[in-house]
Design a protein around this ligand. Structure first.
Ligand code: FES
Length: 152
């Protein structure tokens, strides 16, 4: 077992090894690591006396859990109605082409993860996206290029 796995074990040892504590334990791992690694799945399976398939099944069920390590920066492009009407689909398409990844993926250098969200709650700024915690609104393709250059 890797070092990461033993770290994962440390973080959720305080949970009783009962199935009802699996989701809180996963939330702790997700919060700490930004994803649920294979090593964490192994450690959780051992701690809760479940199969790895059981753990993967729970992780897959909840959108809050991710299997891949997030990039240094996360770009979330809004695909809600207001943003969609104002061209967020083109922004997302441009980002995919520019970064060479699909939604839910991270660039090979680990710099940027790409996601879409249903609504950022900033509809007046459509089309909008969030980079880490910063909201960008009324985006155009040239502005998108500028933001990407700043991230690199
Ligand atoms: S639809 Fe995009 S912020 Fe609401």
């Amino acid at each position: 077992m890797s070092t990461n796995a033993s770290n994962s074990t440390d973080s959720f040892c305080n949970f009783e090894p009962k199935r009802e504590y699996l989701v809180p334990a996963l939330q702790e791992v997700q919060e700490r690591d930004g994803y649920v690694s294979e090593a964490a799945v192994e450690a959780l399976a051992k701690h809760f006396n479940l199969s790895k398939a059981d753990i993967y099944s729970v992780v897959s069920f909840y959108a809050q859990f991710k299997f891949t390590k997030p990039g240094k920066h996360t770009i979330k492009v809004c695909q809600g109605t207001a943003c969609h009407v104002r061209g967020s689909g083109n922004l997302l398409k441009a980002l995919k082409q520019r970064l060479g990844i699909e939604e839910g993926q991270t660039t090979p250098d680990g710099l940027i993860s790409l996601e879409h969200v249903a609504c950022l709650g900033a509809c007046a700024l459509a089309p909008a996206m969030v980079v880490d915690d910063k909201v960008y609104g009324r985006l155009t393709l040239p502005e998108l290029e500028k933001i990407l250059k700043e991230l690199k």
